[in-house]
Design a protein around this ligand. Structure first.
Ligand code: SAM
Length: 361
């Protein structure tokens, strides 16, 4: 077992793993301070607000963890109309957000043409930066959307452990290689975001250390991190989860906020100039402090939810999702209050990742 080193210049996979397993409060305080210092030095005090619109809960995949996947207990399905999407986007613009994030299950009903038209309308009516998070799509779709004006794409690789990935992403006849799609999107000029869930049954300390290592190796522009949250009725909450946990034995990573925050802080230290959101999953597991802790340990982005209320409860990728019953207005005010109380500032404009600006332009 490696000991942590207070010198972060030579952080390798073994030292990352040692930090992930560290429990000494003094050493952890040092980690938090270092991550916050690096965040301040490389990306400043601005916190970027992105309006999140969950445009459809249809999905062709059977991801074993997800509440809207094909294998989850039946949820009423919805797909927002173009008008509904534009109304939500207009709200983001009125609130002064510089970016909208359109997220959905992998929904082939959201055809290339339909999304292209939506991107064009958003650009012509609001000029906002657009992040897509629509799952794995064909090269043609991704090219069309980029040409229409989409700026960024979020696709978490979830875990770099190939065997674990296969178990939680069963092959449903559609090939799944998220690293390939991420690389293609980079070549197309997208700002690319990825990330993992922390504490997936079967995830070991070594594989989580490798995930963090890969964030830097692949030069990602944004990283989203959240604890895995168990979803009753999904395969991972049942026998599959038990089997995977048993296989990891004592090496199983816990799905708690402390471990997620360690991953976040180490990611900031290794990838100083990327964007890192304080995710809803962290605010769900620790409603009181999850978001503010993330913002004090390396995060610089928050994504207030602007999905219309009638659809929000149907986009329950995990139970008890934070902000489920709040109005968009309330979530925004609450988040802005929190940012100010932390002595930080609200970013104005697109909030493009400094890493992207440095490497791609
Ligand atoms: N379909 C797209 C995709 O797979 O990238 C976007 C939507 S998907 C619901 C967005 C993210 O939700 C996933 O990348 C996953 O990390 C997260 N997620 C899904 N189920 C979760 C769970 N039970 N606990 C924590 N995060 C979860």
């Amino acid at each position: 077992m490696y000991m942590v080193s207070l010198d972060f210049n030579n952080l390798d996979k073994n030292l990352i793993r040692a930090w992930l397993q560290e429990v000494d409060p003094q050493k952890l305080n040092y980690l938090w301070e270092k991550a916050d210092e690096i965040r301040q030095k490389y990306v400043g005090d601005d916190i970027w607000l992105r309006g999140l619109v969950e445009i459809s809960n249809h999905c062709v995949r059977s991801c074993a963890y997800c509440g809207i996947s094909k294998c989850a207990p039946v949820v009423e399905k919805y797909r927002m109309s173009e008008d509904e999407i534009l109304t939500a986007v207009k709200q983001a613009a009125d609130y002064g957000f510089g970016t909208v994030v359109l997220q959905s299950g992998e929904d082939m009903g959201l055809t290339a043409t339909r999304i292209t038209e939506i991107i064009r309308s958003i650009k012509s009516k609001t000029g906002l930066a657009i992040t897509l998070s629509l799952g794995e799509r064909s090269v043609g779709d991704l090219e069309d959307w980029r040409k229409a004006g989409a700026d960024r794409y979020l696709l978490r690789f979830e875990t770099s452990d190939v065997e674990l990935y296969k178990q939680i992403h069963p092959n449903t006849g559609r090939q799944s290689d998220r690293f390939v799609q991420l690389e293609l999107m980079r070549q197309m000029g997208y700002e690319i975001g990825t990330g993992v869930m922390v504490g997936i049954p079967g995830q070991t300390w070594g594989s989580l250390a490798n995930d963090i290592w890969l964030f830097r190796k692949y030069g990602m522009d944004m990283i989203g991190l959240g604890p895995y949250l168990e979803n009753e009725g999904t395969p991972l909450a049942g026998e599959l989860g038990k089997k995977l946990k048993n296989s990891a034995t004592a090496d199983q990573v816990p799905n708690d906020d402390l471990t997620t925050l360690k991953v976040l802080a180490l990611t900031r230290i290794l990838c100083p100039n990327i964007n890192i959101p304080a995710t809803t999953a962290l605010a769900t597991i620790n409603p009181e402090k999850g978001r503010s802790h993330a913002l004090q340990r390396g995060a610089n982005v928050v994504m207030p939810n602007l999905t219309p209320h009638k659809y929000r409860t149907l986009y329950q990728i995990y139970p008890g999702k934070a902000g489920l019953h709040e109005t968009a207005e309330f979530s925004r005010e609450e988040i802005e209050r929190q940012i100010i109380s932390l002595g930080r500032t609200i970013g104005r404009g697109a909030g493009t990742s400094s890493h992207f600006k440095q490497h791609c332009h």
